[in-house]
Design a protein around this ligand. Structure first.
Ligand code: UDP
Length: 403
């Protein structure tokens, strides 16, 4: 016991912590391997960074492997990401080959570890084929889908489903994403980590120090969206919304993002966003390094209103992060944002830049409404979207699978 779990007590309560310890008892000594496609950038890496040490502290021999691939592989998996979230785009024979070759190479490297593990969690489609490439599997294999697959391009879903259907279980974030599959499907939304650099409390002085390099105007409302530069995050829609609101109300918009190792489209989308912002002096683009957690924390705390105007969203950790900091969120009316942005209570859900502009003006004109939504948002996250809840859901799942 190294006391990591106890640090969650102020947020989750001591009963929850002792429940976690009790639930984990039968799992002590079991081996569990997570496999995903990047160690930094994006929500999955963010969660695994903490979930793995917490599982270790509970006596589970949990580890985390990252699948390796070349550019062709990540082009192929980005096409999965886009098409499974409903954006038509060709999935070519050479992409199929790049995907299968990379999985074969990774299987060579990881086979012994994976075949010997009691539990294997494969995150998203990138490493999904590993299951078929490890024929002497001993344990239970779980496919954890983090993306919004409510309306996938059918041919691509059929291809991914082929690799996924043999798993023992799958996990989706929302009922809307569940798919016809011949195994049990669990619904587990992701969560944020209240004790991470991204979310721990910051003093005003430190916020000022962290944001000093960005030349923000302390007298103007700060509107913020933090996201990878990805079209599904609709950064240009956010610019359009703020452009409209800025006609009557002076404001500054910060679009903060970085790249993820498994996202080859980021640079292209960043250029599109730069072009859209070219003649708009109130827009600031911040390209941040992957470890800029404190800076993002400070930006979220300094924001007046936070946007997550996604067009598709598996969950949207950035929403929970902002709500936890008592900021109202204007979010796209899609996927996991619907679980977090309770319309009119923790923020507003919007479909168009025009709608977003109206909601933004409403919030800018009503500070008391912003405060009430912020307080409700924090409670909503405390109740539903903290790391301890995710840990509990995972323990229940492991116990129910009995490896
Ligand atoms: N994030 C970050 N730096 C960036 C952009 C995003 O650290 O430049 C973090 C963000 O704070 C959040 C995660 O990456 O914790 C993104 O998760 P989310 O579920 O919002 O989106 P995803 O990237 O997984 O689609």
């Amino acid at each position: 016991m190294n006391g990591l779990l106890e640090r969650y007590e102020p947020h989750a309560g001591s009963e929850e912590i002792s429940l976690l310890r009790q639930m984990a008892k039968p799992l002590e000594g079991k081996t569990l391997v997570h496999v995903n496609s990047t160690r930094v950038g994006g929500g999955v890496a963010e969660i695994l960074q903490r979930l793995v040490p917490l599982q270790q502290e509970l006596g589970i021999r949990s580890s985390w492997e990252v699948i390796e691939g070349d550019e062709g592989f990540f082009q192929a998996t980005k096409t999965f990401h886009n098409t499974l979230q409903g954006m038509p785009s060709p999935f070519t024979e050479s992409m199929r080959e790049a995907y299968e070759d990379a999985n074969r190479r990774n299987a060579e490297r990881l086979r012994d570890l994976l075949e010997g593990a009691d539990y294997v969690f494969i995150h998203d489609p990138q490493p999904a084929m590993l299951h078929s490439l490890c024929p002497n599997r001993r344990g239970k294999w779980i496919w954890r889908c983090h993306i919004d697959v409510s309306n996938p391009v059918p041919g691509v879903w059929r291809y991914v489903r082929h690799w996924v259907k043999g798993y023992d279980a799958s996990i989706f974030s929302l009922p809307d994403f569940a798919q016809p599959l011949p195994h049990t499907q669990y619904l587990i939304p992701p969560c944020i980590d209240p004790i991470s650099e991204k979310n721990l409390p910051l003093e005003e002085r430190e916020i000022g120090r962290l944001l000093a390099p960005f030349d923000l105007d302390p007298d103007l409302p700060l509107i913020l969206q933090v996201s990878r530069f990805d079209r599904f995050k609709d950064p240009i829609g956010v610019i359009r919304a703020c452009e409209r609101a800025a006609l009557t109300d002076p404001l500054q918009l910060v679009l903060a993002g970085g790249s993820a190792d498994d996202d080859p489209e980021g640079a292209l989308v960043l250029e599109e966003v730069r072009a859209a912002a070219r003649d708009l002096p109130f827009v600031k683009l911040l390209v941040l390094p992957p470890d800029a957690h404190r800076t993002i924390n400070a930006l979220q705390r300094a924001a007046t209103v936070v946007f997550q105007k996604s067009l598709r969203e598996g969950f949207g950790l950035t929403v929970a992060e902002a709500l936890w900091k008592e900021r109202p969120v204007i979010g796209g009316d899609v996927g996991g944002i619907r679980l977090q942005v309770l319309d009119g209570r923790t923020g507003y859900r919007v479909r168009t830049p025009e709608g977003a502009a109206l909601r933004l003006l409403d919030l800018l004109h009503h500070p008391e409404e912003r405060n009430a939504m912020g307080a409700a948002g924090r409670e909503h996250v405390r109740e539903h979207f903290l790391m301890t809840r995710l840990l509990r859901n995972h323990l229940a799942l492991l116990l129910s699978l009995e490896a």
